[in-house]
Design a protein around this ligand. Structure first.
Ligand code: G3P
Ligand code: CA
Length: 242
């Protein structure tokens, strides 16, 4: 079984991150899933944005949390609802990995809004016949715990950029069954993936863009590869035969 290929912020090496063209390209590339970061707008909608402020990726300035969706749309920012619609239009199974960013101005409201949206869309739990399957991710264990309370059967990824002091490296907090270590952490702790998997966890590794690193994480047993270059990674995993 090859690992899943998840497009990080869309096919973000080819198109600007978190934009419609980046996600359309990822779907056309055959990515198994789409990754996105979500933040709350001033008018309470989840929008796709990595940074707290808009400066790096749009022509607007300042915090996302102070702008309304109409303003953000005008700057090319997508809502999560629009991404769900895009994924549903793919006509094939698509995983949607939604990362909630913390700390942020609205705190737990981000997970509450996420679950409200997923419930409205019928995506708050795995469902037979549903093409879009959502997985929640966060670096914040409290956010992961909140989602467990709100939607116990929704898959959750505990993202890790380091092993928090006091945490056993193979034991995930609050019942998450998927670990999301960064590539740098995996390099520093080559035993980590094996130990996580030995405890029954799946392991999704980010952000893997070089083919030598793809080989490395495949060798370690990664269950998913989160990459800015889904076409190249998928092609490599399929042995160069598209
Ligand atoms: O997929 C996990 C990865 O996206 C976490 O890091 O900074 O790219 O959101 P970041
Ligand atoms: Ca992310």
């Amino acid at each position: 079984m090859r690992p899943l290929v998840i497009a990080h912020r869309g096919a973000s090496a080819a198109y600007p991150e978190h934009t419609r063209p980046a996600y359309e390209k990822a779907l056309a590339d055959g990515a198994d899933g789409l990754e996105c970061d979500v933040r709350l707008s001033r008018d309470g909608q989840l929008v796709l944005m990595h940074d707290r402020v808009l400066d790096r990726t749009t022509e607007l300035r300042g915090p996302v949390s102070r702008r309304s969706v109409p303003e953000l749309r005008g700057a090319g920012v997508m809502t999560l609802e629009e991404l769900i619609e895009l994924a549903r239009g793919a006509g094939r199974p698509v995983k949607l990995l939604v990362e909630t960013k913390h700390p942020n101005r609205y705190g737990k409201a981000v997970e509450q809004r996420l679950l409200a949206l997923l419930r409205r869309q019928g995506l708050d739990r795995p469902r037979a016949g549903e093409q879009v399957a959502v997985t929640m991710m966060s670096f914040s264990p409290l956010a992961v715990r909140r989602v467990r309370a709100l939607a116990p059967t929704l898959p959750r990824v505990q993202l890790l950029d380091l092993i928090p002091p006091g945490l056993k490296p193979s034991r995930l907090p609050f019942g998450a069954r998927i670990a999301g270590p960064g590539l740098e952490l995996v390099r520093r702790r080559p035993d980590l993936v094996r130990r996580l998997k030995a405890r029954g966890n799946d392991v999704y590794i980010w952000t893997v863009n070089e083919l030598a690193d793809v080989d490395l994480v495949v060798g370690l047993g990664a269950d998913a590869i989160i990459t800015d270059r889904p076409a190249e990674v998928r092609n490599h995993l399929l042995g160069g035969v598209l």
